[in-house]
Design a protein around this ligand. Structure first.
Ligand code: ADP
Ligand code: MG
Length: 743
């Protein structure tokens, strides 16, 4: 008998060496092995006769190897094999496939899967680059075992697994091993999902699901199998998502149980807010502010994500929230990912808030030590009411007299890890980095709002508002930010004209510069962005600087051209930004440091060089720098060199839409959830069987069901069931989701 928790090395046919190979794939236990699902299925119940094939279709053919050989053409080596069924023959072709030279022997049975195409010359049908599997021949060394296994290969719907160990562990090997593991499972596997949920979701039993997902019944729909929509798939996927959501729901409940600060947004506060508004807020801004104010009024800490596309006007909402806290006698921290952005916020805050009598300070890493110390003293004494800064705020010890609200702008730029740090520095200030759950949680006050010496204040956890322009697809938001409430600014301030986006090859650069010149002549300003993705890449930076000189000296000798990149000193950066803001510079050549937040309404042109190298989210952010005023704006995506298929899709998408949510969905599709936020370990759960894009509906269902279960015990779900589910969730949390410790 094999228990699900047994190490794979004890499955017959594996052993310690292969167990290591599997370990590298994340397969450690029998349970892991059983959740290694086929990525495709082949219908070998009724394999196709060669004579019935049609050009253009995908087909599985089982046939016998007749002849094979390698041909060298002038362009590349081509491997050809002819397979036969009785008197019918089928040619198979692989390009650049020297490695196939000794693979086939006449008389072998092979399963072939691929696209049927017409030969260019004779009109004869052939398979081009088919996937294949040698089903065996009598002279095989492991002929004995072969026979036993062969019933797994033909006459049924056959699972195709991704191979492992550089091809050593073939799909066939997995078939045999997984079959052995299934046969040795105990007759009953306990079901950790509470009965009421099983009933509502019509889930089949775990053991049956595992069998059927690997060895589908002959009548199973091939289409459902490929789409992972059979009852067996749904059972396994739902289970995985259910326990994730159970953990997140538990977290949400714990947060709500914490003591927070109940701010009172009374009439006086409302008046104060009205007084500072430089314009009429949009309906969306009003709605979002109301959601925030309602949270702040409640006696438990706010954990809210404000999502709003670039230019939707998040800053003013943040200032309004800050006023609620400040008017109630609390301090506010506003953090930005870059110095440029922190500075810009500081300028706006001074204009809008300082004039209304609030005391605002800027704290960034580059300030002189003395100045920093002085500012920190103001903060500790409670003189500074709104503290704006960069990471310096997080990474160094800043003591607040009376912290009430933390606002994190452009939160995606901080990286999820930094967010943990910010939210979860432990009580002793040791920066407990291991607490890698994606939940902002307790002890924020201890890092940001540590009561200063002598302060008698002991009120609750501060509220947290995180803002992002990355339009996170809802499914991702549910998972990555499953612990946050979400507000969405889905309306642009009035008076914006849509941005025109064009892509051109850089051999038409002269036309582009002419156009830029015309826009400048009409009184506007332009950005020219170079793909210096890594600011420490010397060579890339050099290219940007070279182009800056070229543009300034040769192309626009009569215009004022500025240069901005990450290696400039903070003073230099500030100076360049200020001159651009004032209109003293006509053209700003920049690296991606201007990606987020920068706000110059008079800039109407954004030229992106080598646009094919940028990610979709980045292009969208860059384009968000223009179209901020009433004048028509233009985004020109210049391309140079080879463009990948994904690159083409990105550029096309940029031309077709300015809707950040649509772009984000596509980005997610192109890159997968793990890459969406830049790093693999960005706090995304690593699912075994679920896929956030494909399974978004199941995710919603799982969230709903998790909430109903935790609402118990009641007549639907018993205490024992809840305890069992929670035990299961805890024991799987780290492993399945790569997340640590919940509650
Ligand atoms: P983002 O959401 O990208 O941070 P900002 O807060 O920088 O956007 O706002 C973009 C621009 O729109 C700013 O110049 C801001 O002053 C302006 N703005 C914001 N809200 C309104 C509004 N309701 N009416 C007019 N202009 C607005
Ligand atoms: Mg902003």
């Amino acid at each position: 008998m094999l228990e699900p928790t047994t190490s794979v090395q004890y499955v017959k046919g594996i052993g310690p060496r292969l167990a290591d190979v599997l370990g590298a794939k994340g397969i450690h236990t029998v349970d892991d092995l059983l959740h290694y699902l086929p990525f495709r299925y082949e219908d070998r119940v009724n394999p196709r006769g060669i004579s019935e094939l049609r050009a253009g279709e995908m087909a599985t053919v089982i046939a016998e190897v007749r002849t094979s050989g390698l041909f060298r053409t002038r362009r590349m080596p081509i491997f050809q094999m002819t397979a036969g069924q009785g008197r019918s023959r089928l040619k198979c072709t692989w390009f650049n496939a020297t490695y196939l030279r000794d693979r086939f022997k006449p008389g072998q049975m092979v399963a072939l899967y691929g696209k049927v195409e017409e030969d260019r010359y004779g009109g004869e049908l052939q398979l081009v680059q088919p996937q294949f599997e040698i089903l065996g021949d009598p002279s095989d060394e492991d002929g004995g075992e072969q026979k036993a296994a062969s019933s797994l290969e033909v006459g049924r719907i056959v699972p195709i697994y991704e191979s492992a160990g550089q091809g050593r562990l073939t799909p066939r090997w997995f078939r045999r091993i997984i079959n052995t593991a299934l046969e040795n499972l105990p007759p009953e596997l306990p079901d950790p999902v509470p009965a009421v949920v099983r009933r509502r979701m019509s889930l089949i039993a775990p053991r049956e699901a595992l069998w059927r997902v690997h060895w589908p019944d002959p009548g199973e729909s091939l289409q459902d199998l490929q789409a992972s929509r059979t009852p067996a798939h749904i059972r396994l996927i739902f289970e995985e998502l259910f326990f994730l959501e159970l953990g997140l729901e538990l977290k949400r409940r714990e947060q709500k149980a914490q003591v927070g600060i109940a701010f009172s947004p009374d009439n006086r506060v409302r008046e104060a807010i009205k007084k500072i508004l430089p314009f009429h807020p949009t309906a969306a801004q009003k709605r979002v502010l109301k959601e925030i104010a309602q949270d702040m009024e409640k006696p438990f800490p706010m954990r809210r994500l404000l999502q709003g596309d670039v230019g939707s006007g998040k800053t003013i909402v943040a200032f309004e929230a800050a006023i609620i806290a400040m008017e109630n006698g609390y301090q506010v921290a506003l953090m930005a990912p870059t110095e440029i952005l922190a500075q810009q916020h500081y300028f706006s805050a001074r204009r809008i808030l300082e004039n209304a009598g609030y005391r605002v300070v800027l704290l960034t890493g580059s300030l002189e030590e003395d100045r920093k110390r002085e500012i920190r003293r103001h903060i500790a004494q409670g003189n500074a009411q709104l503290v704006i800064g960069t990471h310096a705020l997080i990474e160094q010890k800043v003591e607040f007299a009376k912290m009430g609200l933390v606002i994190v702008d452009e939160q995606h730029r901080f990286g999820v890890m930094q967010r943990f740090k910010l939210m979860k520095k432990s009580a002793d200030g040791a920066g407990n980095d291991h607490v890698g759950t994606f939940a902002p949680s307790t002890s924020l006050r201890t890092s940001l709002g540590r009561p200063a010496e002598g302060s008698a204040d002991s009120s609750g956890e501060p509220d947290v508002l995180v803002m992002t322009a990355t339009p996170i697809p809802r499914t991702l938001a549910l998972t990555l930010y499953g612990d946050l409430d979400v507000s969405v600014l889905d309306e642009m301030p009035p008076g914006r004209t849509p941005i025109v986006t064009r892509r051109v090859s850089d051999d038409r650069a002269d036309e582009v510069w002419q156009f830029v010149g015309k826009q400048v002549a009409a009184g506007h300003q332009a950005y020219v962005v170079y793909p210096v993705i890594e600011e420490n890449e010397e060579s890339e930076l050099k290219a940007a600087i070279k182009m800056y000189k070229e543009l300034g000296k040769r192309v626009f000798p009569d215009l004022q051209v500025g240069l901005l990149h990450g290696r400039l000193s903070p003073d230099e950066k500030e100076d360049v930004m200020r001159r651009f803001q004032k209109g003293e510079l006509n053209i700003l050549v920049s690296t991606t440091v201007i990606e987020v937040g920068v706000d110059v309404a008079n800039a109407t042109v954004m030229v992106v060089e080598h646009a094919e190298r940028f990610g979709l989210a980045q292009l969208h952010q860059l384009r968000g720098r223009i179209g901020r005023g009433a004048a028509k704006s233009y985004c020109i995506l210049m391309t140079g060199g080879k463009i990948s298929e994904d690159g083409e899709r990105r550029l096309d998408a940029m031309v077709c839409t300015t809707d950040g949510f649509q772009l984000a969905e596509l980005d997610l599709e192109l890159r997968g959830p793990g890459e969406f936020f830049g790093t693999r370990q960005a706090g995304m759960p690593n699912f075994q069987v679920a896929n956030l894009i494909r399974d978004r509906q199941l995710l919603e269902a799982a969230k709903r069901e998790a909430a109903t279960v935790l609402a118990g015990p009641n007549h639907e779900v018993s205490k024992e069931e809840i305890d069992r589910a929670l035990r299961h969730m805890r024991s799987h949390w780290q492993k399945t989701y790569g997340l640590v410790e919940v509650g």
